[in-house]
Design a binder for this molecule. Structure first.
Ligand SMILES: [Zn+2]
Length: 196
């Protein structure tokens, strides 16, 4: 099992057919997730392209996750977390925290993506809108969004199966100014493991 340290990012390579189990170790941690095609990282998992293909805003077990070239890159194969994830909200970045009133640098998922890929010698072509695992952004009144703690429980997990050789990146979201990582607003580590 590999740790995604609290407030940090981590990236791995997956071969087609391999799976990664993303574990919400302490139950309340959002994990921003990206996938890039190994052959050309300008092709990456795209929430915009996925939503129209699956016909909903939260993928379910069995749903393919499409790239910006509309090819399946991952499949959501297992989910014990309660099925609440987010595909609507951009990764947090320094500007998000500045808008929330943070003075000075704040850890953020955008920089964590870059740091995770840098460990593999890669530079993200942009910060794609992530699959925000365990993030609870309900659509209310048909046209508003909420910001709520996760419904996931300690040890619950999501399994993603690679449909092509790819690089998958995770960020244990460092958001501690709104309760997206639980009412305690204390980001924690999460873990993952890869299996064939
Ligand atoms: Zn974040």
């Amino acid at each position: 099992m590999i740790e995604i340290p609290a407030r940090r990012g981590k990236a791995i390579r997956l071969a087609a057919g391999q799976s990664v189990k993303v574990i919400n170790t302490f139950g309340q941690q959002v994990v921003d997730t990206w996938a890039f095609a190994a052959a050309d990282i300008r092709e990456f998992m795209s929430m915009e392209h996925t939503r129209i293909h699956i016909g909903r805003i939260i993928p379910r077990i069995g749903d393919p996750l499409l790239t910006n070239r509309r090819r399946p890159i991952l499949t959501l194969a297992e989910d014990t977390s309660g099925g609440i994830h987010d595909t609507l909200v951009a990764a947090c970045d320094r500007w998000r925290y500045e808008l929330l009133g943070c003075v000075g640098y704040h850890d953020n998922c955008t920089d964590n993506l870059a740091a995770g890929l840098a460990e593999l010698g890669l530079t993200p072509p942009e910060t794609p809108s992530p699959l925000n695992l365990f993030m609870n952004i309900p659509v209310t009144d048909g046209n508003a969004i909420g910001v709520l703690p996760p419904v996931s429980t300690p040890g619950s997990f999501v399994t993603l199966r690679a449909e092509m050789d790819c690089v998958v990146a995770f960020s244990a979201c460092p958001q501690d100014m709104v309760p997206i990582n639980g009412a305690a607003m204390t980001p924690t580590a999460a873990h993952f493991e890869v299996f064939d």
